[in-house]
Ligand binder design. Structure first.
Ligand SMILES: Nc1nc2c(ncn2[C@@H]2O[C@H](COP(=O)(O)OP(=O)(O)O)[C@@H](O)[C@H]2O)c(=O)[nH]1
Ligand SMILES: [Mg+2]
Length: 275
């Protein structure tokens, strides 16, 4: 999967050199993960840089509203122990945990001397970095977007003032440099630019059905959730997406629906920490 993906079809990602430089200028680094799949949305390089170079670094499990509280709790424990960084669970959209995050940042900022404290917010695309900055700032300043490459996604490095001496850099995403190839593909390519969206969608359907056997059937009202390609066929037929002359279902279009539902959280999916 993914071998035919073209680099030029990717969204604009943060350049490692740029991030490294900004990291050097920042006293606090906030690495934002998707609470549904924290290790699959981690950049190890970013974490190791933050550990070595920042005065303080914090992990944020955002989109915690999409995961049962006990699973979020388990991830916090796991990450705090493994990564040795304070870990906060938040939901930028439901305003959960954001007060706690704000308090932690204020406390860390107090430790830093000088006229201003800079904080770098980084992480893979679509973890909610820009949304979190907006909540912390209390107004919509950083532009956000629904899917990789959709209008408004973050392409530049922007410094915002949060409060008092505290400033924050919003940054474009980085590719998850972990072995989760599926997360990598759906986060750095706009869905419509994927070479074989039906293969990616089939993997998503498999992944979701393995974890939650009835869920795919419930969301798409399909008969046979066991065969991912049949699921795509049914989604296409139900929406009338068929080839005019042959009546063949248009799997690619159905695949885009599945990929977007995975990203938006309409498809329920989360993983638990390793034991
Ligand atoms: N359910 C849920 N969605 C979120 C949360 N935070 C952000 N989003 C959504 O995720 C998408 C990507 O957000 P954005 O801030 O642009 O992510 P970024 O690429 O990391 O800057 C948007 O559609 C947001 O509305 C959250 O805590 N929960
Ligand atoms: Mg952004």
């Amino acid at each position: 999967m993914g071998r035919k993906e073209k680099k030029r079809d990717r969204i604009v990602l943060a350049r490692w050199g740029d991030l490294y430089r900004l990291l050097g200028e920042s006293e606090i680094v906030l690495i934002v993960l998707d609470a549904r799949n924290p290790l699959g949305t981690l950049s190890r390089r970013l974490a190791s840089w933050a550990r070595r170079k920042a005065d303080h670094w914090v992990l944020v499990l955002n989109k915690a509203d999409l995961v049962p509280p006990e699973v979020v709790f388990a991830w916090r424990g796991y990450l705090e122990e493994r990564m040795d960084a304070p870990t906060v669970a938040t939901s930028a959209t439901q305003r959960m945990g954001t007060l706690q995050l704000r308090r932690l940042l204020r406390r860390l900022a107090r430790d830093v001397e000088g006229p201003r404290v800079r904080m770098l917010v980084a992480g893979v695309p679509k973890t909610g970095k820009s949304s979190l900055i907006n909540v912390l700032r209390g107004r919509h300043s950083a532009s956000t977007s629904l899917y990789p490459g959709s209008p408004g996604y973050t392409r530049t490095y922007t410094l915002y003032r949060l409060e008092g001496r505290l400033y924050v850099y919003d940054t474009p995403g980085t590719a998850p440099d972990v072995s989760d190839e599926l997360e990598r593909l759906v986060r750095i390519y706009p869905p419509e630019k994927l070479r074989a969206p039906e293969r990616v969608a089939a993997r998503i359907i498999e992944r979701v059905s393995t974890r939650f056997p009835h869920h795919v059937r419930e969301v798409y009202k399909v008969e046979d959730p066991g065969d991912p390609y049949r699921v795509l066929e049914e989604i296409a037929r139900r929406r009338g997406w068929v080839e005019k002359t042959t009546g063949e279902p248009l799997l690619e279009q159905a695949a885009l629906v599945v990929i977007r539902d995975y990203l938006s959280g309409r498809l329920l999916y989360y993983v638990e920490p390793p034991r």
